[in-house]
Design a protein around this ligand. Structure first.
Ligand code: C5P
Length: 216
């Protein structure tokens, strides 16, 4: 892909929140900073950017079309509605893998003997896009691993039919959730791996976009 100017780019970012009852949810520590930095950098390069974003206090500029969602299902539905018209799909959201099977209508009362909540899997947005990828579409996944990082990342890239996979390591100080810096490796389908230094998320965003434009 020669350059991003005029390309239609879809980015997911942030966490999802899976309700337990009207006041509680299952969530995670993602802030949306990395995905929103990618959206800003892509817009600056002239891409037409749509951001599908879970609950995040990070703002995005007016040049980005932002669709706010809360749950994995809402994110799935928003993405599937528009994905076929996109050239580049960057899935950086930290989507909850499980959600409560039954959502209580009223606040669950506190009892003395604990609480069991049955969970079911959420739909996998990235894997679904991998099964319906069109010729010419570039699909980029993210992985956050705590062990066997590279092995798990290569497996994820292949299993979910990604073109590129950005590996974040929680073992790097200053990288990952909440930080303004990140340290990533970018893997591609042809077994190339590029390792990057710890940088600001704005700089990491540029590296990721460069890997997309260089990808053949
Ligand atoms: O399997 P795992 O959750 O580690 O995969 C991470 C990648 O898959 C990320 O790109 C994330 O945005 C995406 N994902 C998704 N839908 C899910 C779970 C993960 O799009 N339900």
């Amino acid at each position: 892909m020669p350059e991003l100017e005029g390309k239609r780019v879809l980015i997911t970012a942030g966490p999802t929140q899976e309700p337990i009852d009207p006041v509680r949810y299952i969530g995670n520590r993602s802030t949306g900073k990395m995905g929103i930095a990618i959206a800003e950098a892509a817009a600056q390069q002239g891409a037409l950017v749509t951001l599908v974003c879970g609950p995040s206090s990070v703002e995005s500029s007016d040049s980005i079309k932002r669709i706010n969602v809360k749950t994995a299902q809402e994110m799935f539905d928003a993405v599937m509605e528009i994905e076929s018209e996109k050239d580049v799909l960057i899935l950086s959201a930290a989507v909850a893998d499980y959600r409560p099977k039954i959502v209580a209508d009223t606040k669950i009362k506190k009892k003395d003997n604990g609480l069991m909540i049955e969970l079911e899997s959420t739909p996998d947005i990235l894997a679904t896009l991998g099964t319906r990828k069109k010729a010419g579409q570039v699909l980029v996944g993210f992985a956050l691993e705590t062990d066997n990082e590279l092995e798990n990342a290569i497996d994820k890239l292949n299993r979910k039919n990604c073109d590129l996979l950005v590996l974040n390591s929680l073992q790097n100080e200053g990288a990952g959730f909440g930080h303004d810096t990140n340290r990533v490796s970018i893997l591609d389908r042809h077994n190339n791996i590029s390792n990057f230094e710890l940088k600001s998320k704005a700089e990491v965003a540029k590296d990721i976009l460069q890997a997309i434009t260089d990808y053949k």
